[in-house]
Design a protein around this ligand. Structure first.
Ligand SMILES: Nc1ncnc2c1ncn2[C@@H]1O[C@H](COP(=O)(O)OP(=O)(O)OP(=O)(O)O)[C@@H](O)[C@H]1O
Ligand SMILES: [Mg+2]
Length: 272
């Protein structure tokens, strides 16, 4: 199971849209995919896929609590929702915020974990995902925008990280900041973490600004990091998706955006 974290230390850049539609595209190509929602906030992947997060009884929060309290990981199977053929969701809701606070508390006093489990607070996602390692070809992790115990957990669990960048200069500060976090995670906790690539989102190919940004990204980053050939177009079809419970492939299969996510999945699959 290849684990890809969709990370960027900035809100609203298209992380969840990318996580949901990349997952759907990989599933359509025959890969078994688990979409792991790591975001407690409104507008997370759980909501995108049509679930009322507050109405869910078992979510990733319960799975992490079971790990911390009992040292077990098999609870993950109860939390997973079958979304469509080849696509499962491990949902999240606001209770994950409390887990985050618990992880911070555990981090400052490691003894709270107890002798039995010996789970490090930054390794809980990695530990629960190991339980389903053989069940999927990909796990896609939808991260919150902040640099937090949850996004750090996702980067520790991941094999690679995909960086959605909204085609706007103000997003580059967040990109540099995120790359710095990745460097530190790699140095300390996850030496094999790779960068899958930079994905330009909400891209308007007709505007000069977007073309300039693409050139800027190539010039400044492409020598070290793959910049995906494909961009996700700024599209009302994508904007309409949040909360509809379907991916772009059910909503607008013939759209430019559907084609973009299909090509992104191909590029990602080539780097297996
Ligand atoms: N390609 C696109 N074209 C038009 N609108 C988009 C596109 N991608 C995302 N959006 C819209 O922008 C908003 C933010 O997108 P999304 O939720 O995917 O970003 P995010 O990075 O996950 O945000 P957050 O940091 O809040 O989790 C949403 O309203 C979404 O519908
Ligand atoms: Mg999001």
């Amino acid at each position: 199971m290849k684990k890809i974290s969709i990370s960027m230390a900035k809100g609203g850049v298209g992380k969840t849209s990318t996580a949901v539609n990349l997952s759907a595209a990989l599933a359509r190509s025959g890969k078994r995919v688990l979409l792991l929602d790591c975001d407690p906030q409104q507008g997370n992947a759980t909501l995108f896929l049509g679930h009322n997060p507050n109405g869910l009884k078992v979510t990733v929060a319960n799975v992490i609590n079971a790990l911390l309290d009992l040292g077990v990981t098999d609870y993950i199977k109860e939390a997973i929702i079958r979304q469509s053929e080849n696509l499962d969701l491990l949902p999240a809701n606001p209770k994950l915020e409390a887990i985050q606070n618990r992880l911070i508390a555990e981090k400052s006093n490691i003894g709270l974990f107890g002798e039995e489990t010996e789970i490090q607070p930054h390794e809980v996602m990695k530990t629960i995902l190991a339980e389903v390692e053989d069940n999927y070809d990909y796990a896609i992790l939808d991260c919150p925008p902040s640099i937090s115990m949850l996004s750090i957990n996702a980067l520790v669990a991941a094999d690679s990280v995909l960086l959605p960048v909204e085609a706007h200069y103000e997003c580059y500060e967040a990109l540099v900041q995120t790359l710095d976090v990745i460097r530190k995670i790699k140095a300390n906790w996850n030496p094999s973490l790779e960068i899958e690539g930079i994905l330009l989102t909400k891209y308007q190919s007709r505007t000069r600004l977007c073309r300039e940004i693409r050139e800027y990204t190539q010039k400044n980053f492409a020598s070290k990091i793959r910049v995906f050939d494909d961009t996700v177009p700024s599209s009302i079809r994508v904007a309409e998706l949040s909360g509809m419970g379907v991916s772009i492939f059910e909503h607008s299969p013939d759209s430019e955006a559907a084609l973009a996510f299909e090509k992104l999945a191909e590029e990602v699959a080539q780097n297996a």
